[in-house]
Ligand binder design. Structure first.
Ligand SMILES: Nc1ncnc2c1ncn2[C@@H]1O[C@H](COP(=O)(O)OP(=O)(O)OP(=O)(O)O)[C@@H](O)[C@H]1O
Length: 416
C-alpha cells in the first residue's frame, strides 16, 4: 500500500538529510505510528506519501504507483484516495460543520444528492450529527478535530494520514479521537499517524516505526513509544562519563527486553546510537519538542473559495449516477473510493505492476452505523512550477497560498 525504498530526502539549503535511506512498507489495513523526536523526519514521510515533496533518492510507492511517475496533472486523482488530518484541524472558519465536510465532496464534483446523504452519515459516525449547523469556533478542539476527520474520510479514502492529530488536545479528548481512528481503521482504512504522544502509542500497541535523525531505528509490530524518542541523547560516546554510558546502556537494554514488544528492530538502532551530535548536544526533550511543535503547527489560513467546476466535472468518478448512487444501487457513502489505479487510469496513468497491494488482514466491523469515506482534494491540476512553493494544505486545495500576515480569515484551532 505504501512502500519506501531507500528513500533519502534532503531539503534545499540543508546539510543533513531529513530522511536517510529509509525503507519500510505499510500494508493494507495496518495502523502504523511514526514516532521520533522533533525534526526526526515524520512529517517528511507523510509529505512524500502525498507527493507534496519529492524524494532526493530512492522511490516511494503508494497504492501501487511510484509517486515520482505521477504527473502533477494527475495528483488530484491520486490524492483522492488519501485522507489527511492535521494537528491544527484546518477547518474553513466561515463554513458550518456540514459545509466543511461537504466541501470535500463538492470539489471533486459529487452530486448534491450524494452530499446530502454522505455528510450526515459521516457526521453521525464521528458523533457530530447534532452539530452540523455549528460554526467551527462554536466547537471544542476535540469536536473540531472530529470535523476534520469527517472531512478526511467522507470520500472513503484507502489511506488516512494523520500528522499529530491529538497534538492540541487534552488526554481525554485525545483518547476519543484515537477511538475514532481505531474504528476507521477497523473498517479497513489504512492509518499512518505521526505523533509525539507516548501514552497513546503505548496504549494502542500497534505497529511503531521510530525515526532518529531521518533513519528508522525501530519497526515493531505491537510496539510502545519507546525510549529514543523521549529520552535525550547523551552525547558522543567519547565524551560521556561512565554514569551516562551506564544509563544509556540500561535504557537500550530495557528497550530490547520489554516483554510487550515483538521487536523487529533494524540494525540501524545501534548505528543511529552512534550518530550523535558532534557537539555533544542533547536532542530535543519532550518539552522542547512540544514547543517546536506548536510553532510549526501554527494554524494556516484556509481558503474559502468555491470549488472549481471544471475540475469538479473532470473528477466525477465512474460508477455513480447523477443522484450519487452507484450504478449497482449501492448508496454513495457505502462504496469505498475506487482503487487509485482506476482514477489514474482514467487520467491515463497505470499503476506499477510490481507493487500490487497485498491482501488485507481481516478488519473488525464497525459498531457504528456507517462505513467510512474520503479525502480533501485539489480542485484542478497543479502547474509543475508551483508545486515547490505550495504548502500541503494549499496543494490539497484547503487554503490559499498567501502569506500569513495577509490573513483575514479567522483561525479556528487552539494553536493561534
Ligand atoms: N521545507 C523544508 N526545508 C528545509 N528543511 C526542512 C523542511 N522541512 C523539514 N525540514 C527539516 O527536515 C527535518 C525533518 O523535518 P520533519 O518536519 O519531517 O520532522 P518531524 O519529525 O515531523 O518533526 P516535528 O515532530 O517537529 O513535526 C528537520 O530537520 C527539518 O528542519
Amino acid at each position: 500500500m505504501i512502500r519506501f525504498d531507500q528513500v533519502t530526502k534532503k531539503y534545499p539549503g540543508t546539510i543533513k538529510p531529513a530522511l536517510n535511506a529509509v525503507d519500510f512498507e505499510v500494508r493494507r489495513g495496518e495502523f502504523v505510528f511514526l514516532v521520533g523526536a522533533s525534526g526526526s523526519g515524520k512529517s517528511s514521510c507523510l509529505r512524500l506519501v502525498l507527493k507534496e515533496e519529492k524524494p532526493s533518492a530512492g522511490t516511494v510507492h503508494v497504492l501501487g504507483h511510484n509517486v515520482s511517475s505521477i504527473s502533477n496533472r494527475k495528483i488530484p486523482y491520486f490524492r483522492r484516495n488519501l485522507g489527511v488530518v492535521f494537528q491544527d484541524f484546518r477547518l474553513l472558519p466561515n463554513k458550518t460543520v456540514f459545509q466543511n465536510v461537504a466541501f470535500t465532496l463538492q470539489v471533486i464534483g459529487k452530486s448534491r444528492g450524494f452530499v446530502q446523504e454522505a455528510v450526515p452519515d459521516v457526521l453521525k459516525m464521528v458523533g457530530l450529527d447534532n452539530k452540523a449547523q455549528r460554526m467551527p469556533h462554536e466547537l471544542s478542539g476535540g469536536e473540531q478535530q472530529r470535523v476534520a476527520i469527517a472531512r478526511a474520510i467522507v470520500n472513503k479514502p484507502q489511506v488516512l494520514l494523520a500528522d499529530e492529530p491529538t497534538g492540541n488536545l487534552d488526554p481525554a479528548t485525545s483518547a476519543g479521537i484515537m477511538q475514532l481512528l481505531e474504528r476507521i481503521n477497523a473498517n479497513g482504512t489504512t492509518v499512518v499517524m505521526a505523533t509525539h504522544e507516548a501514552a497513546i502509542v503505548d496504549k494502542m500497541q500497534r505497529r511503531v516505526i521510530e525515526l532518529v535523525e531521518g533513519a528508522i531505528v525501530r519497526d515493531e509490530t505491537h510496539g510502545g513509544y519507546g525510549n529514543t524518542a523521549v529520552i535525550p541523547e547523551l552525547g558522543p560516546r567519547k565524551e560521556r562519563g561512565a554514569d551516562a554510558e551506564r544509563a544509556k546502556r540500561a535504557v537500550e537494554e530495557a528497550a530490547r527486553e520489554a516483554p510487550s514488544t515483538q521487536s523487529v528492530v533494524t540494525q540501524r538502532r545501534s548505528e543511529a546510537a552512534e550518530v550523535v551530535a558532534p557537539t555533544g548536544e542533547a536532542t530535543d526533550a519532550p518539552s522542547a519538542t512540544r514547543a517546536n511543535r506548536s510553532e510549526t503547527g501554527a494554524i494556516d489560513r484556509l481558503s474559502d473559495s468555491e470549488p472549481n467546476e471544471t475540475a469538479a466535472a473532470q473528477a466525477e468518478p465512474a460508477g455513480t449516477t447523477p443522484s450519487g448512487r452507484a450504478s449497482d444501487g449501492t448508496p454513495p457513502w457505502a462504496a469505498r473510493s475506487r482503487d487509485t489505479s482506476e482514477d489514474l487510469a482514467t487520467a491515463g496513468e497505470q499503476p506499477d505492476r510490481d507493487d500490487t497491494p497485498r491482501p488485507s488482514e481481516p478488519a473488525q466491523p464497525l459498531t457504528q452505523s456507517q462505513p467510512i469515506t474520503g479525502l480533501p482534494l485539489i480542485p484542478g491540476p497543479l502547474p509543475d512550477d508551483t508545486q515547490e512553493h505550495l504548502s500541503l494544505a494549499e496543494r490539497l486545495g484547503l487554503r490559499a497560498g498567501k502569506p500569513r500576515d495577509e490573513d483575514t480569515e479567522q483561525n479556528v484551532g487552539p494553536t493561534k
